[in-house]
Structure formats: C-alpha cells, structure tokens
Design a protein around this ligand. Structure first.
Ligand code: 0O2
Length: 216
C-alpha cells in the first residue's frame, strides 16, 4: 500500500522522512549491486556516480505552492513526486536506457511514470530521463510503498542542467532572452557531444573486441 499520512505534527514528519530515506538507501544499494554485476559480466561500469537527497521542506513548500496546493504533510506525500530523489550519472546515452531497463526489471519496483526528456527535450534544452517508482519499505508493523524520483543523465547533460538550475536561481522572474538562447545552443552541443562520444566508444569497443578475438 502506498504511503499515506494524516497530518499529526512533527512525529508524522519524522516518520515520513525515515521512510523516504529508507527508500533511497534501498534504491542506492540496488544500483550498486547492478553496477558491480555489470562490471563483473561486461567489464564495464554503466554508472559513473550516484547522488541522492531528500527534498528540503522549503523546496517542497515552494513546489506545492507552484502547483496550487496547501502546504500540509498530506499534500506533500500525495502531490510531491520527488521528496526522495536519486540522480544517476552515466558516460553514454545508451547507458541511461540500459539502467532504466534494469530498474524496471526489478520485481519489487513498480514504475508509475516515465518522462523521457532525451527523446523529447524541454523547450529550454533540458535533457534527462525521469522515472517515478514505488519501492516497498519494510517497517516494524507494516510495509509501505514509497515514491522515489529517479533522474538518469549523462555527465554532459548533468553539467548543462546544473548550470541552468543556478541561472534560474539568479533570475527568479524570467531568464534574459540572450541567456536562454545560449543555453539552448549549448544544450544542442551537449546532445551532439553525447552522440559523438557514444559512437566513438562503440567503435573503440568493436576494435578492442576484434583484437581480443584474434588473441584467443
Ligand atoms: P528542484 O529544485 O531541482 O528540485 P513533478 O515532479 O512530476 O511533480 P514536474 O516539475 O513536472 O513535476 O516534473 P519534471 O519535469 O519531471 O521535473 C522534476 C525535476 O526535474 C525538477 O524538480 C528538476 O530537478 C528537474 N528538472 C525538470 N526540468 C528541468 C529544467 O528545465 N532544468 C533543470 N535544471 N532541471 C529540471 P523541481 O522540483 O522542479 O526542482
């Protein structure tokens, strides 16, 4: 059953945070296992690094306000999909889909939504692959399904997104037009760079594979 709360002050808030933190730890461990096994089988790490966080109360309140909801604990859990967020950074775009598949194939994880901003970038140029998943957290007296947002992107996409995020904070109203245009241009370069790096990597792997076969 998915996590539901009735606002009961600080106690409920602490319990909710324990559950989201537990959900993040579970997904983090699953990803580490997948990465280790992939390294063992394919001699290659699809995951460059992983970051995770529980959204700050301030950001949660801001997001609820943006969506027109009152700031109650009930609304936070119901409407804020990314209280628990994990970001997976990879080298190549192909790794993103590989990791997304590996996550979807875990029988205890339920994928509730996917937003593929790589196939369909945002008008700003933002690229990333987002999954909202439910993962069971085993408590002493019950099991609750906690919502986690997983963002998967390449190093280059992450570089672009972190700069763009900083710019949004610097210009809380509207980002000046010429900066928006440069961001979009840079996003297109990120996309081209990712495609070229992936093609180069595939070529290298192919050559290395052929040489490996010759030496057998
Ligand atoms: P913050 O400050 O990073 O936490 P939903 O989460 O589904 O209720 P939304 O915003 O429609 O609402 O979902 P979406 O588009 O999947 O975005 C979720 C998160 O992705 C955002 O959380 C950002 O972290 C990131 N993101 C989405 N669009 C952009 C973008 O254009 N630029 C950058 N840099 N990041 C983006 P928050 O809560 O909006 O922001």
């Amino acid at each position: 059953m998915e996590l539901q709360v009735k606002d009961n002050g600080a106690d409920s808030w602490e319990e909710v945070m324990i559950i989201y933190n537990a959900a993040l730890k579970e997904i983090y461990t699953k990803l580490e296992i997948l990465n280790d096994e992939f390294q063992h089988v394919h001699k290659y790490n699809p995951i460059e690094h992983i970051k995770y966080r529980v959204k700050t109360p301030r950001s949660i309140v801001k997001k609820l306000k943006r969506h027109g909801y009152e700031s109650t604990l009930e609304n936070m859990v119901k409407y804020c999909n990314d209280i628990a967020g994990i970001r997976i950074i990879c080298d190549y775009t192909s790794d993103i889909y590989r990791i997304a598949d590996m996550i979807s194939n875990q029988s205890d994880i339920k994928v509730v939504a996917i937003k593929d901003y790589i196939a369909n970038p945002k008008p700003s140029g933002y690229e990333s692959y987002h999954m909202i998943v439910l993962i069971p957290v085993y408590l002493s007296d019950r099991i609750v399904d906690a919502r986690v947002e997983i963002q998967i992107r390449t190093i280059a996409m992450d570089f672009w997104a972190s700069l763009e995020h900083k710019i949004q904070y610097k210009f809380p109203g509207e980002v000046p037009q010429h900066i928006q245009e440069q961001l979009l241009e840079n996003a297109q370069m990120v996309s081209q760079l990712d495609a070229k790096m992936m093609a180069l990597n595939e070529e290298i792997r192919k050559i290395a594979g052929e040489e490996g076969e010759e030496n057998e």
